[in-house]
Design a protein around this ligand. Structure first.
Ligand SMILES: [Zn+2]
Length: 66
């Protein structure tokens, strides 16, 4: 698959999955209301609502396992 390094309309947050200690991204959904992504190691789905305190930062910590 080609990799496009240009800026696109699709925004994302950098996220650290703290339980697996891996880095990933949460992508803004089509409605522009929620960032969603999956931990690349354990596959857990993580969501961050736009406007929540945590999403004001470009870097986000997520607990992906319980
Ligand atoms: Zn994980």
């Amino acid at each position: 698959m080609p990799i496009d390094h240009r800026q696109t309309k699709r925004r994302f947050l950098g996220v650290q999955f703290v339980d697996c200690q891996v880095y990933g991204r949460l992508y803004l959904n089509a409605e522009g209301t929620v960032y969603t992504g999956r931990c690349p190691r354990c596959g857990a789905t993580v969501r961050a609502r736009v406007g929540d305190e945590g999403t004001k930062c470009r870097f986000f910590l997520a607990a992906c396992r319980r």
